[in-house]
Design a protein around this ligand. Structure first.
Ligand code: 5GP
Ligand code: ZN
Length: 115
């Protein structure tokens, strides 16, 4: 996808504050943090939304879930965190390249429906 901002971040064409990278996935800090810790994990492959995830995407989506806890701890979430996946218009998704938000810090986050 040439005009996808997260594809450009994955390709290194747009800079990001990287948390983790391997051949399949990338984690980077959200440009507009909504919590003391706020980063995103994406597949490098362009998948528009969670609703578009197909059976052949199971390994990469599984990998995202498998690293989430470790990365959250590494970034300072020592007593839990919140994961959010906004999907489509009703889910108020802004960037149409599937991503999982990891939000946390020291204090409980309360309700976060600020969209
Ligand atoms: P969504 O609403 O699609 O779930 O969330 C998109 C997220 O991407 C937002 O929290 C927004 O701040 C973040 N974002 C948008 N553009 C950029 C960017 O260029 N760099 C980074 N690091 N985050 C971005
Ligand atoms: Zn993309």
């Amino acid at each position: 996808m040439t005009d996808c901002i997260f594809c450009k971040i994955a390709a290194g064409e747009i800079p990001s504050r990287k948390v983790y990278e391997d051949e399949d996935i990338l984690a980077f800090h959200d440009i507009k943090p909504a919590a003391p810790v706020h980063f995103l994990i994406i597949p490098k492959k362009h998948i528009p939304t969670l609703a578009d995830v197909a059976e052949n995407d199971i390994p990469v989506m599984g990998k995202i879930m498998a690293v989430a806890g470790k990365l959250a701890k590494q970034e300072g979430c020592h007593d839990g965190f919140r994961t959010i996946v906004n999907t489509g218009r009703v889910g108020c998704q802004e960037v149409y390249h599937v991503h999982i938000h990891i939000l946390g810090g020291d204090k409980p986050l309360g309700l976060m429906l600020g969209k």
